[in-house]
Design a protein around this ligand. Structure first.
Ligand code: UGA
Length: 451
């Protein structure tokens, strides 16, 4: 089948290169010249495991090509819109890029009318896809086809999709999209466009809710001297409705990774999608206290985590403090709404001298924080040699030996991701969801802490 993808960012490129790899011919339309040049030589302009190989093979055998020429979409049976939907005011979503891409597509396709599908791949609010139908004549069906790609595993998530969700009114268009995705062998969920759009928001809101739920229990656990949230949630996980037994063995579903305490969720999707949904419902005069509480818990998490260091070390002003992990999670160079950077901001506000290391994040990506005083270093060893306390903000494999290095330098660790084993943490280090031993930050200070 012939496919075009408007927008070769993270979602568009994975979708385009993925569809090329399952036998379709894909034209990726990208307006940014630098991005286009990089894609054309098989170098994705962002870090995503497996994507360079997929892209290179598509380019080599002619199944994928990149262009700036929007007119090329006339060749396609299915045209995807995968452009950005940045946050607007008050957490609302800015849909202008999607609308403009659809408008330009409608203009272009009007010159060569025939049946085809325009599929909205970007995450958009319920009702957006239906509203775009007025731009097209009835030979073009407009469908909602949200992506469920996790950064870091996006290629595998595409090639082994859990489900293909398609919301479209026309039966012929539904069948065309079913045929397009058939090689993936994934369950095909057909619905109205608004259902498909809301399913995407519900999926991400559930993940955010589990994380904030876990962090709420981390905060409760910290009030008891002998409670560790890891043990609390570990017991919850073993409920067979969460961890079914198959052939006598306990199965650990991936969702349990989200029932875990940490520094809070970040990235380009969970925070933005939750805020967009809340803002759109508020604009409609509706309130959704559960979703708002999920966001409130998350917004305070970085400050709460830094507060643990403060309680142990005392006033952080002038103290050298480290942060391991500036990307929003391990395995990516993406710093959008990064919990590690939120912690850096909290530390800078408290007057700490802040050092950080992340093996994937580039210097220019954190320029605004460097201008505020953040210093980047080249590795775990160097970081530990400079600081008194250090927050582990992502689970990057480069931090695996951090407990040994911290021991060498006498640095106090704060495990903000619950990566360290109980014996590595001991009573010496701190962890989110575990009480802080009395320190100089407490009124009734008693137990000594590392200096
Ligand atoms: C998320 C969803 O997982 C995907 O299913 C969805 O398709 C995607 O958004 C999207 O809307 O495009 P992603 O943003 O790549 O994917 O990241 P996640 O792996 O879900 O992590 C989100 C945030 O939650 C990260 O900051 C992560 O570190 C954090 N997290 C995750 C926790 O704080 N605790 C956990 O237990 C798990």
């Amino acid at each position: 089948m012939k496919v075009a993808v408007i927008g070769c960012g993270y979602v568009g490129l994975v979708t385009g290169a993925g569809l090329a790899s399952i036998g379709h011919h894909v034209v990726g339309v990208e307006s940014d010249p630098q991005r286009l040049a990089a894609i054309s030589v098989g170098t994705p302009p962002f870090h995503e495991p497996g994507l360079p190989a997929l892209l290179e093979s598509g380019l080599r055998d002619g199944a994928f090509e990149a262009t700036a020429d929007l007119d090329r979409i006339v060749e396609a049976d299915v045209v995807f819109v995968a452009v950005q939907t940045p946050p607007g005011e008050n957490g609302s979503i800015d849909l202008s890029f999607v609308r403009e891409a659809a408008r330009r597509a409608a203009e272009t396709l009007a010159t060569q009318p025939r049946r085809r599908v325009l599929a909205i791949r970007s995450t958009v609010l319920p009702g957006t896809t239906d509203a775009l139908r007025t731009l097209f004549d009835d030979r073009t069906a407009v469908a909602a086809n949200p992506e469920f790609l996790q950064e870091g595993t996006a290629v595998q998530d595409f090639l082994r999709s859990d489900r293909i969700v398609v919301g479209v009114h026309e039966a012929w268009a539904r069948e065309l999209l079913a045929e397009l995705y058939a090689p993936l062998g994934a369950p095909f969920v057909a619905s109205t466009p608004a259902t498909a759009e809301l399913a995407k928001y519900a999926s991400n809101a559930l993940l955010a809710t589990l994380i904030s739920f876990s962090n709420e229990f981390a905060s409760i656990s910290e009030s008891f001297p002998d409670v560790d949230v890891e043990e609390v949630l570990g017991a919850v996980h073993l409920d067979r409705r969460l961890s079914p037994r198959v052939d006598g063995a306990v199965v650990r579903p991936g969702i349990l990774a989200f029932l875990k305490a940490g520094c809070g969720y970040g990235g380009s999707c969970l925070p933005k999608d939750l805020s967009a949904l809340i803002a759109s419902r508020q604009a409609a005069g509706e309130e959704h206290p559960l979703l708002e509480a999920v966001r409130t818990v998350n917004d305070s998490q970085a400050g709460r985590v830094v507060g643990l260091l403060e309680r142990s070390l005392g006033n952080l002003a002038g103290r050298p403090i480290g942060v391991l992990g500036l990307a929003f999670k391990a395995g990516t160079d993406d710093v959008r709404t990064s919990p590690g950077l939120r912690a850096v901001e909290e530390l800078l506000t408290r007057g700490a001298e802040v050092f950080a290391y992340d093996p994937l994040v580039r210097l220019e990506a954190v320029l605004p924080w460097r201008e505020q005083g953040l210093t980047l270093v080249d590795g775990v060893q160097e970081l530990m040699s400079k600081v008194q306390g250090c927050l582990i903000a992502t689970g990057d494999p480069a931090f695996a030996a951090v407990a040994d290095v911290a021991a060498l330098h006498g640095t106090l660790l704060l495990d903000g991701r619950r990566l360290l084993a109980a014996d590595e943490l001991g009573s010496r280090h701190l962890a989110v969801g575990r009480a802080v031993p009395h320190g100089p930050g407490d009124d009734d200070a008693g137990t000594p802490v590392p200096s």
